[in-house]
Write a protein that binds this ligand. Structure first.
Ligand code: ZN
Ligand code: ZN
Length: 318
């Protein structure tokens, strides 16, 4: 086996990434930060910057090669991109305390990366994300996020994209636009909304406080947004994280991912962009761990109804 490859489950169609090199990641000595100014990778800092991950799970070295071996075995080399986005030169800061201008600069990095990667026809999906805390795998303290680009549309996104596409073909309308407007009418799971943004906990949430944040206007890629839409979004995102922290009375681990349309894919304009804020925190003292039901069936048991979770968050946000 090469150090990185991507294999398909013939029973479910899902792709799994294998990356043996990642296991050789060194444990860093205390006090040694590779993202602080003066380090090899960050000689100076003026605004958020992208760096190649030194230990990437995916890489664009060489051409993408797909192999089908008989009926059951399909794989490709571990083609893709793993990058870091350094947010600030302040080591002890965090996403939550960045200024709106600083978050806008991070949005600009995400937009540039999306445009750049969409020029590579072998890449099908890009995932920029902010993650905070060891419970979601953030290993470096220095405020940073990551960008992954995949040579395939990841499993859950693919199912969602196909459903939205089928709905569009049948109804000639966007399923997400219709869903948002229905949620606004019902007004029981909406955590916040203004003229351009809506945040809600979905009817079907797997985790207690998974919040989906949609622009009310239909667009597919972040660079299609306007400055006034960004301003409202940038104001809202840290407030939502703070509200979740206040429910659990501590700084929880979370991820905030940007879901845009697939790259280099037909009919991608059907897709409606959103941010997903996820925390594995279940109550003040414990995380939602995946038990036998979740790992064996993919079916989740959530300990709080989204309507009740949304009511708690809404109260704090007011
Ligand atoms: Zn640092
Ligand atoms: Zn839409």
């Amino acid at each position: 086996m090469t150090s990185r490859e991507i294999r398909k489950n013939p029973f479910t169609g899902e792709w799994v990434i294998f990356s043996e090199k990642r296991q050789a990641r060194p444990d860093r000595k205390e006090g040694e930060c590779p993202l602080c100014v003066g380090s090899e990778e960050v000689p100076s800092f003026t605004k958020p910057l992208r760096l190649d991950n030194k230990f990437p799970a995916l890489s664009t070295e060489g051409e993408i090669k797909r192999h089908k071996m008989g009926e059951f075995y399909e794989k490709m080399n571990g083609y893709g991109i793993c990058q870091l986005v350094v947010y600030t030169d302040k080591h002890d800061s965090e996403f939550l305390s960045l200024s709106p201008d600083n978050i806008m600069q991070i949005f600009e990095v995400w937009m540039t990366a999306t445009k750049e990667n969409s020029l590579n026809p072998s890449l099908k999906y890009i995932l920029p994300f902010e993650n905070y805390g060891t419970d979601v795998g953030a290993t470096l303290i220095h405020p940073h996020g990551q960008i992954y680009a995949f040579s395939f549309i990841p499993n859950e996104i693919k199912r969602e994209f196909d459903t939205i596409q089928q709905y569009r073909e049948k109804n000639k309308e966007c399923m997400v636009c219709n869903y948002i407007s229905e949620e606004l009418d019902k007004d029981v799971r909406v955590v916040y909304h203004d003229e351009s943004v809506i945040a809600l906990i979905p009817f079907y949430a797997k985790y207690a406080y998974d919040v989906y944040i949609y622009p009310k206007r239909h667009y597919n890629f972040l660079h299609q947004g306007t400055r006034s839409e960004f301003n409202l979004m940038i104001d809202l995102l840290p407030k939502l994280i703070t509200a979740i922290n206040s429910i659990f009375e501590k700084e929880v681990s979370y991820s905030l991912s940007l879901h845009q349309a697939p790259l280099n894919t037909k009919n991608s304009s059907f897709y409606h962009l959103y941010f997903k804020l996820h925390s594995p925190q279940r109550n003040t003292s414990s995380l939602k761990l995946l038990g036998a039901v979740e790992t064996s069936t993919g079916t989740f048991i959530n300990g709080i109804l989204p309507e009740n979770a949304a009511a708690k968050l809404r109260k704090i946000m007011m």
